[in-house]
Design a binder for this molecule. Structure first.
Ligand SMILES: Cc1cc2nc3c(=O)[nH]c(=O)nc-3n(C[C@H](O)[C@H](O)[C@H](O)COP(=O)(O)OP(=O)(O)OC[C@H]3O[C@@H](n4cnc5c(N)ncnc54)[C@H](O)[C@@H]3O)c2cc1C
Length: 416
């Protein structure tokens, strides 16, 4: 087994960092995982829990040019903007919108295929033989539409999904309620994908993955990353609020805050947050049998250990502004419309920061020959792709050739 004298430091213990730490450990490396918080408390905590193998089509499809202005003016749309932040976002938005062409959409889909389509197996491989197996559930996933006509309007995205092997079974009319008794008459069409999966409590899953990493000999240090030392261009130390660590390599898996970590290297990356929200309906009178994507409202609905979680929407507004009321109201409104008979004891609300790049692809790779690797920028699909990302980084560090074309994730596409 390859190993270095000094440890590898992984900066950030969300799903990407914890997975990377475990795969590096399994390759025989000494690993120190650091986070200023407890593991799994940021974006990885409150997501919809969907192992979204099918989420290959980015938001930046060609129709975004037509839809975005409409969405921004419509109070019932799932896209929100904090207008005071808008001027700061213009450079990122310009690059983001430049990806909304047919050719670029297809290139993004092709690049996401290896990262996403075996996600359920990747999660199972991460937890096999451990008590965390209980958090990875097999399930179907239904896209819920108001009508068949609404499904047909999504034809562009479904054609791309079909090409990648995701062919839905269509259910319409009263049969919708036989498939999912929680749904009321507002939903008249389901596009059902078999053989998917979800996580029953993402925060607890990551907490336990980090504990498992420690029981296998890894070190978790609750500390704030401060800086790197490099000698002859190669990392030798990571400095933290709890002291400096001599290291052989370092990995940046700090979610949206990776932008700040990269700045310590003098590198500027186009990373912005797509803020997302969740509402948990506690003690629900009825649960969906399987997770669903509500296409009106653009949120996932997932039966979880702590209740029924509805998570999604996009708000552009940076990381400093407080949570807004609009996205939460929208989730409540469309949940009530879709689940008219749902009662519950209380709700819990949350906001988190998706780390998003203009081309909807993460940065996975080594920064020049510095011994510093990136594993961030997973936008809407970080829970899905985290374990695969960790495995790819471990293979890169061990100089193992990959079966995949990794060039679409090359961090240098954004760094000159
Ligand atoms: C509402 C919503 C729903 C979503 N639903 C899904 C879904 O169903 N399926 C899916 O695949 N994805 C989903 N996502 C996206 C997914 O949650 C993210 O892509 C993923 O969690 C990102 O993981 P990460 O490990 O990169 O970052 P994070 O989970 O944000 O972790 C980064 C970590 O780095 C630490 N850190 C940062 N800076 C420092 C520092 N200076 N020093 C020390 N530590 C630091 C932070 O404390 C944090 O713990 C959703 C996101 C949202 C917001």
């Amino acid at each position: 087994m390859p190993s270095f004298d000094k440890p590898i430091v992984v900066i950030g213990a969300g799903i990407c960092g914890v997975s990377t730490a475990i795969w590096l450990q399994r390759s025989g490396h000494k690993v120190i995982l650091i986070d200023r918080d407890k593991p799994g408390m940021a974006a990885s905590f409150g997501n919809a829990g969907l192992l979204a193998q099918w989420a290959l089509v980015p938001v930046t499809t060609p129709s975004l040019w037509r839809d975005a202005p409409k969405y921004l003016l419509d109070p019932n749309s799932p896209l929100f903007m904090q207008w005071s932040y808008f001027p700061k976002m213009i450079p990122w938005l310009a690059r983001y919108m430049a990806n909304a062409t047919d050719a670029k959409t297809r290139a993004i889909v092709n690049a996401l295929v290896p990262l996403l389509t075996d996600s359920v197996d990747q999660h199972k491989s991460l937890v096999r033989g451990t008590p965390m197996e209980k958090w990875v559930a097999d399930s179907k996933l239904s896209y819920a539409y108001r009508s068949l006509a609404h499904f047909q309007k999504d034809g562009y995205g479904w054609a791309l999904k079909r090409d990648a092997g995701f062919v839905p079974t269509m259910i319409t009319g009263q049969a919708v309620r036989e498939e999912e008794p929680i749904l009321g008459s507002a939903i008249q069409c389901l596009a059902v994908l078999e053989g998917q999966g979800h996580i029953l409590n993402p925060g607890q899953y990551i907490t336990e993955l980090a504990k498992y990493f420690e029981t296998q000999g890894g070190t978790f240090l609750q500390a704030e990353f401060q800086d790197f030392t490099k000698e002859k261009g190669h990392v030798t130390q990571v400095h933290t609020s709890q002291g400096s660590i001599d290291c052989a390599k370092a990995v940046i898996t700090s979610g949206i805050w990776s932008k700040d970590v990269m700045q310590k290297l003098g590198l500027s990356v186009p990373l912005e947050t797509e803020r997302g929200y969740h509402v948990i309906f506690k003690n629900p009178s009825i649960m969906p049998k399987n997770p669903m994507m509500m296409t009106t409202g653009k949120f996932g609905v997932t039966p979880m250990e702590m209740g029924l979680r509805c998570a999604g929407t996009v708000e552009l507004g940076g990381i400093k502004a407080k949570a807004s009321a609009g996205p939460i109201k929208l989730i409540h409104k469309f949940a009530k419309e879709a689940f008219p008979n749902l009662t519950y004891s209380s709700t819990e609300e949350w906001m988190g920061f998706r780390p998003s790049t203009p081309d909807s692809l993460p940065l996975i790779g080594e920064l020049s020959r510095s011994g510093i690797y990136t594993g961030f920028g997973h936008q809407h699909i970080g829970l899905t792709a985290g374990p695969k990302t960790g495995r790819l980084i471990a293979q890169m560090i061990d100089d193992q050739p990959s079966n995949y074309d990794l060039s679409p994730y090359d961090p240098h596409r954004y760094i000159s």
